[in-house]
Design a protein around this ligand. Structure first.
Ligand SMILES: [Zn+2]
Length: 325
């Protein structure tokens, strides 16, 4: 396996920047200014490293907070490798079969956004792993424990002989943590995106779920309520088309649900969980959940609050219209 542990530093703008991706508007999470990467074998031994500072073309001015955290200077950025050339070189170095491992899940989406904006293939890499997730399997988090790279390095008693927040140094620290983990087994058992999304959707052990389906790689965030393929559903008991409610309630950060009614079998919940793991596409997991008196009551309470909010907003907009007339 061609496994690469990597870390990126990226610059941000003083104004947000969006770009079009196959018609969808996407907010740029950051423009890469430094790549650090370490190729390792299954035992965690270092085979090769990659270290490059890049010259950005969108966010050219180094944001002051980024300067403070990374220790990079405007001069270093200006003298860096032009981003399109640097990314192309990184792609060549890593290889078409590269699988990536990173601390957390922030870097791959930034990488893919930057590959796309520089005319490179954003479908690469096809597979990547969150080492934080693997770490937590071996060392479950205790109350008050941080999960930043530095706090975990401290906790594991790893010697701090190089600085933090330089991309290559952070990648090397990540490798030191990886060496303490059953890496080969954990990568073999690592759940697919599909499995992770299902797991995030089906959280209530007391619930009965039907028709669990996933819809990966879509462009539109609102597909859960506007995409016919996603929001046209049938009763799990009789197959009749369900009448789907118009008010969607949030559940957690990236979950939505509404009521869906069968003429014969009454109310169900239609539930979705979303993820945007690659920074470019939305993936959805969907299920139909049997309602219970207590979940229905909770739904109705939440719905009443939501309706009150929408009403208030409509009134405020009306008042604003009057004021400008
Ligand atoms: Zn039915």
């Amino acid at each position: 396996m061609n496994l690469i542990v990597f870390d990126l530093e990226w610059n941000i703008g003083y104004q947000p920047k969006t770009f079009r991706y196959h018609g969808a508007e996407i907010t740029l999470r950051g423009e890469i200014i430094q790549i650090g990467a370490v190729r390792i074998d299954a035992g965690g031994d270092v085979l090769d490293t990659f270290d490059m500072t890049l010259k950005p073309r969108i966010f050219r001015k180094l944001q002051h907070h980024i300067a403070k955290v990374t220790g990079l200077t405007q001069v270093e950025l200006d003298m860096g490798v032009p981003i399109a050339d640097g990314l192309a070189e990184f792609v060549r170095w890593a290889g078409p079969d590269a699988q990536f491992a990173e601390w957390g899940l922030d870097d791959v989406p930034v990488l893919k956004q930057n590959l796309f904006l520089n005319g490179l293939d954003e479908n690469w890499p096809a597979r990547w792993y969150d080492l934080q997730r693997i770490f937590l399997q071996s060392y479950p988090r205790k109350e008050g424990e941080g999960m930043t790279l530095e706090s975990v390095v401290d906790r594991m008693g790893i010697e701090k002989d190089i600085p933090f927040h330089n991309a290559l140094d952070d990648a090397l620290y990540t490798v030191k943590i990886a060496r303490l983990l059953p890496l080969a087994d954990a990568l073999r058992a690592y759940p697919s995106e599909d499995a992770q999304l299902r797991e995030a959707l089906l959280t209530d052990p007391a619930a009965t779920y039907y028709d669990v389906t996933t819809f990966p790689g879509r462009l539109n965030h609102d597909d859960y309520k506007t995409g016919p393929e996603l929001c046209s559903v049938n009763c799990p008991l009789c197959g009749a088309a369900l009448r789907v409610g118009e008010i969607w309630l949030k559940r957690g950060n990236t979950g939505y649900y509404t009521q869906a009614d069968c003429p014969r079998h009454g109310s169900w919940f239609l539930r979705f969980k979303l993820s945007r793991r690659d920074g470019l596409h939305w993936s959805f997991a969907r299920c139909i959940e049997a309602t219970r008196p207590e979940t229905l009551e909770k739904y109705n309470r939440q719905k009443a609050r939501q309706e009150a909010r929408l009403k208030k907003r409509a009134e405020a907009m009306q008042a604003a219209d009057h004021a400008t007339e």
